[in-house]
Each structure stands twice: as structure tokens, then as C-alpha cells.
Ligand binder design. Sequence first.
Ligand SMILES: Nc1ncnc2c1ncn2[C@@H]1O[C@H](COP(=O)(O)OP(=O)(O)O)[C@@H](O)[C@H]1O
Ligand SMILES: [Mg+2]
Length: 235
Amino acid sequence: MTAIDPRPSVIADRLSGVKRVIAVTGWKGGIGKSVTASTLALLLARRGFRTGLFDLDFAGASDHLVLGAKGLFPKEEKGLEPPVLEGVSFMSVVFFSENKAVPLRGANVSDAIIELLAITRWGELDFLVLDMPPGINDAALDVMRFARGAEVLAVTTPSVLAHDVLERSLELYRKLKVPVLGVVENMSAGRHGTADAAIRTDPALEKALGRPEALLKTAFAGDLARAAGKLGIIG
Ligand SMILES: Nc1ncnc2c1ncn2[C@@H]1O[C@H](COP(=O)(O)OP(=O)(O)O)[C@@H](O)[C@H]1O
Ligand SMILES: [Mg+2]
């Protein structure tokens, strides 16, 4: 007898009250996925949307630092209920790694992520923003496979290398029939080449990290809001 994997249906059930899942992805670390995912969640919550944010980057979870989440922890109740911060239901792999580097690789990372997707209770949400592990590896592909209907928001940088990798990952998403909302060129000098929208380098961003109110007032947040409008995330 073949064992049937119950996790896809459990996860589908957990996400059944979520209208849109936006997966913020990018080719590597340090390109702005986390500031983009976290600030997007704050912008959506501020506009009155019921919003969740899930930091799935085991190698470098940092949304809790961007949001200034301290002393928060999910509540255990028929699964895990995410704590709410600035109107954003927030879940992170960091809650389970206590800021230590997580010695997980490959399949284990995938398994841990899938497990978390299977136990987290999001309830009713308009948006769930996923801060994805960098690149298109097994973990990233599993998330896309399990969080059915997720739409990709790709973050890139002006580098030639970035564009090359981006093209290949977009090709893969097309093959997998994962909808791509668009490509945002971050730390852009203003022009955004083949990308759909640009976010400029904002020297004031670093100082606003950890302070949602200040973060929302940055030029970075302004550019991101415009990009989100252009890509049909917010009207
Ligand atoms: N548009 C920008 N302007 C200025 N600094 C930025 C910008 N985008 C990202 N950064 C900075 O770059 C660093 C890496 O960003 P992060 O979101 O952690 O990247 P990733 O999640 O892709 O690893 C952070 O310190 C962040 O504040
Ligand atoms: Mg990150």
C-alpha cells in the first residue's frame, strides 16, 4: 500500500481562509527580500487588509528584526496561532531556532517549512506574505507546491548576474505554472530595465529598521507601495 502524504490537504485547509498568498522571492541573500516582504505586510495592514507575514528563510530569518518583534511567540492552540504585530499576524522560523543558526540542510529544511505550514493557523486573511528562502531550491519549490495558488513577487538587483539568474527562475515558474506578479528591481538607480517596477536605494532605510512607524515613512516604503500598486497587489 502506498502511504498517502496528508500534508498537502492539511496545508490547503490551513490556508483556506487566505485570499492571496504573495511569495517574495529572489536569487540570493542580501538583495532586499526581507525588507520588501516585511514592509509590504505593514503597508497592507495599514491599508486595512487582514495580513499575515511568514518568514521562511531558515538561513537568514530577519523579518523579526525589520519589524522590531521582541518577546513575541505563537500561541499553541489547535496548532500555532501567530502573534500580531502592527496589525500583521507574524510567524517566523526564528521562533523555533532561538536565533541560533539552524543546522538543517536540503530535505530537512523543506520538511521543517512544510511542518510549519501545516501547523500554523492563519484564520481569515486578505494577504499572506511569504519571505521565501533564497533561490529556487527544493525548499522554495516545496513551498510553491504546498501553498497552492501563491503568486510570486520577484526581487532582483541591477546586477547582470541577478538578471541572468532571474530569467532562469522565471522560466522555471512558467513551467511550474506558478503565477508571477512581477519583478521589482531593488537598490535601483531609478531605471529598471526589464523589471516591472523599481525601488531606489534609500540611505534612510537602515535607521528605520525595527521601527514600523518610521519604516512606513521611508522613501523605500513609498517606492514599494507604488510598485505594489503597479503589480496589482494594492489598488
Ligand atoms: N532599497 C534599499 N535601500 C537601502 N538599503 C536596502 C535596500 N534594500 C535592502 N537594503 C538593505 O540591504 C540589507 C539586506 O536586505 P534584506 O531584506 O535582509 O535582504 P534579503 O532578505 O534578500 O537577504 C538590509 O540591511 C537592508 O536594510
Ligand atoms: Mg531575508
